[in-house]
Ligand binder design. Structure first.
Ligand code: AP5
Length: 222
């Protein structure tokens, strides 16, 4: 069983890279943003609550996301492990995850922080497009689809995420980076975090992440 937490600011490349690590380890990706967007799309009570925060670039309250995410982590497909994308994002969430895993005799095995400067993140998100059917991620500058409006993989329309408008992106950075840094510190104190430079082209970052998986936790991998 391997639980890997993939950390990074909004737009750092977690969603792009998580499937690479999942393939490497043969475990599923559990992405908190995808869980919340599905709830919004389905118009559930969770979705209506989450949308109020997501549309303003704010974090969904800890008690809500902890309940939803830990419930997802208990599903049978995650019994052999998972790549966690977007959770935990606050110290409270990190502690709740530690407790839930400990109760099941499990633990976070390692954490990888994808490090990218804020200005580059803002530009990345302005150019991001996602497919409406399965959330495949593209970038009009660095990872172009064959057509700007159609997904290469499943042919569905490509759209901009509502929270990728510049004013919301700035709010996300301001609201979400400080608690993220506390989570980085949380795992640094446990000696299980590695930093990977996320500024390079996508395939180079993938190679660095896979290499980081092979290095003992806490050692510098790149
Ligand atoms: P979520 O969906 O998790 O958004 P995020 O963390 O803000 O991350 P993003 O999806 O924006 O970025 P990413 O790191 O996955 O980057 P990507 O690979 O797409 O959360 C959305 C919202 O839900 C939050 O704002 C919050 O409201 C709520 N929420 C979620 N989890 C929560 C939690 N735990 N607690 C409370 N609230 C929560 O890449 C970005 C772009 O860059 C793409 O276009 C990609 O093609 C491109 N790109 C990727 N890598 C590179 C590279 N190396 N070089 C150049 N371009 C690249």
């Amino acid at each position: 069983m391997t639980v890997v937490v993939l950390l990074g600011a909004p737009g750092a490349g977690k969603g792009t890279q998580a499937p690479v690590l999942a393939d490497e380890l043969g475990v599923p990706v559990l992405a908190s943003g995808d869980l919340l967007r599905a709830a919004v799309a389905n118009g559930t009570a969770l979705g209506r609550e989450a949308d109020r925060y997501m549309s303003r670039g704010q974090l969904v309250p800890d008690e809500t996301i902890v309940r939803v995410f830990l419930d997802r982590l208990e599903q049978p497909d995650a019994k052999s492990g998972a790549i966690l994308d977007g959770f935990p994002r606050t110290e409270v969430q990190a502690e709740a995850l530690d407790r839930a895993l400990a109760e099941a005799g499990r633990r976070v095995d390692r954490t990888i922080f994808i490090d990218v400067p804020v200005e580059e993140l803002v530009e990345r998100m302005a150019n991001r497009r996602i497919c409406t059917a399965n959330g495949h991620v593209y970038n009009l500058a660095s990872n172009r689809p064959k057509s700007d409006s159609v997904c290469d993989v499943d042919g569905s329309p490509l759209v901009q995420r509502p929270d990728d408008r510049e004013e919301t992106v700035r709010a996300r950075m301001n609201e979400q980076i400080p608690p993220l840094l506390e989570v980085v510190e949380h795992y640094r104190n446990q000696g299980i975090i590695q930093h990977v430079d996320g500024r390079e082209p996508i395939s180079n970052v993938s190679a660095r992440l896979v290499r980081a998986l092979g290095v003992a936790p806490g050692q510098v991998s790149t």
